[in-house]
Design a protein around this ligand. Structure first.
Ligand code: S3P
Length: 745
């Protein structure tokens, strides 16, 4: 076999497409154009379609009979209506098909497999059922487009005994057309399509018909605006095709229709009974799901091999920071506001909520457990608390994205619920240690399974009675402390946690804000069960961890004078200020005040000559998230900076010691990692390629480094900046930094 002209590794002899409609025609045309077959032959019962197919270059030729068409075929694509499939298969069963691979494009797969079994007596090993999720309201061969399947999904549903070579070949053909191919079980395909495609079509057809049959229909349609038009667009689809689909996939459609019918009955009852809470619950959940879904759809653009989903920041050298800015809300406080607001009695209003992916993951988890949450809109969130015992079992695993705080804090309160839960996360979260929470929770009587080596996913068995313990934490971790305090709200007796060094105390402060007694003496915090949380108002201050990038940026960029507004300066979080001051930074706290139990201030930063220091170990837990950018400050300082006692940095969103050392070295900075810290010599910074390893704080830190670099810095894998600081690029360039998304200056 010779090389294909289009660069594919082989040329096949003959493709036969039976049924020259939009889908069959587009398949034929696309493969004809990319030269994978020596010849593309079409067959259709309609002579006009056959003629047009040849005239439009969809096929090389058309055969007069099915038998003639299939002669010498390597691949036979069945693109006939589903209910015609049995007849066609029955005729094919009479023909010697040789080694031809059969495949099809039907929207329901169980029915087609059943037809094949009836006709052939078994499912032929070289029959690969398929379904392209593509189409348009147009139909017929004249609408065929070679690129119809580009960037669309195609689902193949091999069965037991499907020939792997045949499957690979069909897979290859769809990929050659630019589709992204997935494999699924037949039943699963039919259920998924019943829900995502067939039910919506049924509702659209049904609604339009129902309204059209009413005698005032003219009135209705005259006033029908965008909503009606959008919802019913698909009622313009081919009626015969859809008739076939519902008859072919009846079982799966009935299942989802029954579930929907009972939800509809509940919606009806809510309207009848004036139950606004139920309505709000459905609508807020639906809106959030829809947004989530739109994002997934948008990402599909990346299916194209020419693109990748590596979001690159290009940070150009130089710049000066000036003006005033307010960074987004505190991540730790935002998480806790959703958790405690959900468990409170009454309605909690939150302002300044961080609309980053991590805090949104927590918000979604509580929505999944039945809490009605309005917003977030411009940082405002309204949480209709369900009380400490009001959570409901979620419909599936709780996906927490990149967020360690969500997983560790939630595991504490989920250990005490009457239902089971599974907590999962993205690739980075799936590598993070969870035994630090699982172990003490088990001591309290929780039943928790982890993945290998104590990593996620976590499976938490509900219905356990927890007993209070005293726990001496082996590491300084606010997440572990908070997890145990939350479990303590449900445990029999008094739970107490002692930390080896002070860590952020937002959980303790906020519990008190919700009227829940917490006692703190020295390094020990205590709660007992039996009290309630009362809804409250929360104003989330700007996140000092996000402000830190600008504290360092304005310090190292000559001529800078910047004010950061309304920054949280809780003393368990201000290590970054102390460390920068020790290095000689010029930071001024203005307008210090207290908002909702948390101290805040405006911070003025002016450029300064920094010097290297030995970072005092007691400041490490108080600046734990700010070290990546502090390492950049160290690289710009005169002399050597030494960090010790910070091994926790190795188990953050990335191994922040190694990843920062690698990045600094790539820019020509002398940075030597040690097991529990790093030694950095200040000096000139060059340009180069940096890998952030999907860690938001690494990406932002190297954006700051560019202020003092001699050449551009390209930072890879920056999408996770959205977890904590979604508008970083906008604020950074407003302030005077020269960083932007590559290709998007
Ligand atoms: C957090 C605690 C810290 C911090 C994280 C947020 C919290 O983690 O790094 O970003 O909100 O409790 P550790 O508890 O693991 O130190």
């Amino acid at each position: 076999m010779s090389q294909a002209s289009a660069g594919h590794d082989r040329v096949l002899d003959r493709l036969v497409v039976i049924g020259l409609g939009l889908i069959g025609g587009s398949f034929a045309k696309g493969l004809r154009e990319n030269g994978l077959f020596r010849e593309v032959v079409g067959f259709d019962l309609d002579p006009l379609s056959r003629r047009q197919a040849v005239e439009l270059g969809v096929v090389d030729r058309c055969a007069e009979t099915l038998e003639q068409a299939c002669e010498g075929a390597d691949v036979i694509q069945l693109a006939v209506p589903i209910l015609a499939m049995e007849k066609v298969l029955a005729r094919l069963a009479q023909i010697d098909l040789g080694r031809a691979v059969l495949t099809d494009v039907g929207s329901a797969k169980g029915n087609i497999v059943a037809c094949a079994v009836r006709v052939f007596g078994h499912m032929p090993a070289r029959f690969v059922p398929g379904h392209p999720i593509a189409g348009s309201e147009q139909s017929g061969v004249s609408a065929a487009k070679a690129e119809l399947f580009r960037r669309h999904k195609v689902i193949l549903t091999p069965v037991e005994g499907t020939d792997p070579a045949a499957l690979a070949l069909v897979d290859q053909l769809w990929r050659a057309l630019g589709a992204s191919v997935e494999h699924m079980e037949v039943e699963h395909h039919d259920e998924v399509l019943a829900a995502t495609s067939h039910l919506p079509h049924l509702l659209a057809f049904g609604l339009v018909d129902s309204l059209a049959r009413r005698h005032e229909n003219l009135e209705i349609f005259r006033y029908a605006a965008g909503g009606f038009r959008d919802f019913t667009r698909i009622a313009g689809s081919d009626p015969v095709m859809w008739h076939d689909i519902f008859l072919a996939n009846g079982k799966a459609v009935l299942q989802i229709l029954d579930a929907f019918e009972s939800d509809l009955v509940q919606l009806r009852a809510a309207i009848e009974q004036g139950d606004g809470h139920h309505l709000l619950g459905v609508f807020t959940r639906a809106r959030a799901a829809r947004e989530h879904f739109s994002k997934i759809l948008a990402r599909r653009a990346y299916v194209d091999v020419m693109h990748s989903n590596d979001l690159i920041f290009l940070a150009n050298p130089g710049g000066t920071l000036n003006g005033r800015l307010r960074v987004p809300g505190d991540k730790s406080i935002s998480h806790r506001s959703i958790m405690l607001g959900s468990l409170a009695d009454g309605v909690t209003e939150v302002e300044g909520f961080l609309e980053g992916e991590d805090a949104l993951a927590t918000l979604q988890a509580f929505r999944d457990m039945g809490v009605v949450i309005e917003g977030p809109q411009h940082g405002r969130v309204t949480i209709h608390g369900v009380g400490l015992h009001g959570l409901k079992p979620p419909p599936g695993p709780l996906y927490l994205g990149n967020s360690g705080t969500s997983m560790r804090l939630l595991s504490g309160l989920l250990a005490a619920q009457p239902f089971d839960t599974v907590l999962t996360g993205d690739a980075s979260l799936s590598k993070r240690p969870m035994n630090r929470v699982a172990k003490p929770l088990r001591e309290m009587g929780a039943v928790i399974e982890t993945g290998p080596d104590g990593r996620p996913p976590l499976t938490i068995r509900g219905g356990q009675r927890l007993t209070a313990i005293h726990y001496e934490m082996p590491m300084a971790s606010a997440q572990v402390k908070s997890c145990l305090l939350l479990a303590g709200l449900y445990a029999n007796g008094e739970t107490s946690v002692t930390e080896p060094a002070p860590t952020r105390d937002h959980t303790e402060r906020m519990l008190r804000g919700f009227g829940y007694p917490v006692t703190v003496s020295g390094n020990t915090a205590r709660v007992e069960s039996g009290h309630a949380l009362k809804a409250t108002r929360i104003e989330v201050p700007a996140d000092i961890s996000s402000a830190a990038f600008f504290l360092v940026a304005a310090s190292i960029a000559e001529g800078s004078d910047l004010i950061l507004e309304h920054v949280g300066i809780n003393p368990t979080r201000t290590g970054v200020i102390d460390i920068l001051r020790l290095m000689g930074a010029n930071l001024e706290l203005l307008n210090e005040r207290e908002v909702g139990g948390e101290p805040v201030a405006d911070i003025r930063v002016r450029s300064a000559k920094l010097k290297g220091i030995d970072i005092p170990e007691d400041l490490v837990p108080l600046a734990i998230d700010e070290f990546p950018v502090l390492f950049v400050a160290a690289a710009c300082a005169e002399g050597r900076t030494v960090l010790r006692g910070a091994e926790e940095l190795r188990v953050k969103e990335s191994d922040r010691i190694q990843v920062m050392a690698d990045g600094l070295q790539a820019l020509g900075v002398k940075a030597d990692p040690t097991p529990d810290g790093i030694v950095i010599e200040g000096g000139p910074i060059g340009g180069g390629e940096i890998h952030s390893h999907g860690d938001h704080r690494i990406a932002m830190s190297f954006s700051v480094a560019a202020l003092r670099a001699s050449a551009p810095i390209r930072i890879h894998d920056c999408a996770n900046v959205a977890t904590s600081f979604p508008n970083f690029l906008v604020l950074a360039s407003e302030a005077g930094m020269r960083v932007s998304e590559e290709g998007n200056s």
